[in-house]
Design a protein around this ligand. Sequence first.
Ligand SMILES: Cc1cc2nc3c(=O)[nH]c(=O)nc-3n(C[C@H](O)[C@H](O)[C@H](O)COP(=O)(O)OP(=O)(O)OC[C@H]3O[C@@H](n4cnc5c(N)ncnc54)[C@H](O)[C@@H]3O)c2cc1C
Length: 419
Amino acid sequence: MAPRDRSGGMLRVAVVGGSMGGLTAALLLRDLGYGVDVFERSPVDLTGFGAGIVAHEASVRYFVGRTTMSLDTMTVPVGRYRLLDGSGALLFEEPVAYRFAAWGSLYRALLAEFGRERYFQGMALAGFSQDERGVDIRFASGKDGRYDLLVLADGIQSTGRRRLFPGVEPVYSGYVAWRGTVAERDLPARVLERIDGTLTYVLVPHSHILVYPIPGADGRVDRGHRLWNFVWYRNVEKGDPLDELMTDCDGFPHPVSLRPGRVQDRYVRELKDLATECLPEEAVAVVAATEHPFIQVVMDVASPRMAVGRVCLLGDAAFAARPHAAAGTAKAAENAWLLAEAIEAFAGDLSSALAAWSDHQTALGANLVARARHIGEGSQFRCDWRPGDPGLRFGLYEPGDSSIWTRSPRSRVVWRRPS
Ligand SMILES: Cc1cc2nc3c(=O)[nH]c(=O)nc-3n(C[C@H](O)[C@H](O)[C@H](O)COP(=O)(O)OP(=O)(O)OC[C@H]3O[C@@H](n4cnc5c(N)ncnc54)[C@H](O)[C@@H]3O)c2cc1C
């Protein structure tokens, strides 16, 4: 039965942030019978920026379980992991069962499922206050509203987190991720032959790059229509060097990411020159053919907990882990799934559900942030990666659990009332 308030009215949820975490939570809570509104700061759809992600069980669970979409039409499978050194010599290889998705296709599919009627764009959260019965939400546009539950899924720079935990800020890792995609047809055939069907890593001193295939911009997953995605981690000193790099070609600073086409030309030239100097052909070909590489600053965020009263923090807003475990989108989706499961398990008793969910998912977030930090520090600063170390595998709860087609499904959480 749909959850109701004391006068029999439908309970209402506001989700702030209409990206992966927000949309997944919105769909799941609406499926439970809540009246859900999504408020997204961007006035336009979130397109033209995304690249590739590892399709973890959690991030595709909605499509596979509740829609007619299939993994084969959404993802590109990869069966082999290869680790090379800067000269191209093979350091390690093993079979894997990863599937890669395009961020943009997943976002568009989630939005299509949710629909646009209650998806409000150009709505930036400014602040909120809560009492025992509800949450008052205020937007920068001057609009406001009252809801039974507020889900803050507003990303790494979360306004919501700043209101809840003013001291918790993103901490710079000491390096950035250069990213980019190139059409498969633009790669030389001899390179494609070597990288086809693989996730290829190249490890060089104080840096590493990974290269893998993702669906094309139009969603196609067949050969010749896919994209190849690279992620190259490069150390950049905090202060002037980072600030200058993150100043766009029109002179505006960007603390978190620089979109394709916004990076100053000289940095793009420098990147491509350096690729030729220190990477093997498998990686050089992808970097060199990428017209507009873009940059994501690598940061850690860790909140002390994920719920305060009737307000909860989800996805990157709560915990942002470095991308090495490839679990950012999976964690946002998992947060949303378990939030819905906890609310269902506590039969709509929001206060108990949120407290139990926060305990469970705060542990996940803290663990993931620590694991990804350890992996990143190992490549970028300690230079102690051991080829074949199982701890380097992609995974959300544990290394390796992103190989979703080779393991049994996760057992359900048994929810207990927090003491
Ligand atoms: C456009 C875009 C492209 C991305 N592409 C990739 C990719 O290719 N590969 C990858 O691994 N990760 C990508 N990410 C990041 C990835 O989505 C997240 O790391 C992860 O999925 C967690 O998702 P999230 O929903 O918690 O946060 P995010 O995806 O960061 O979403 C947060 C959302 O909140 C909105 N927002 C922020 N502040 C406010 C506010 N005050 N009021 C209302 N809304 C607000 C933002 O506009 C954004 O849409 C991308 C994120 C975005 C926004």
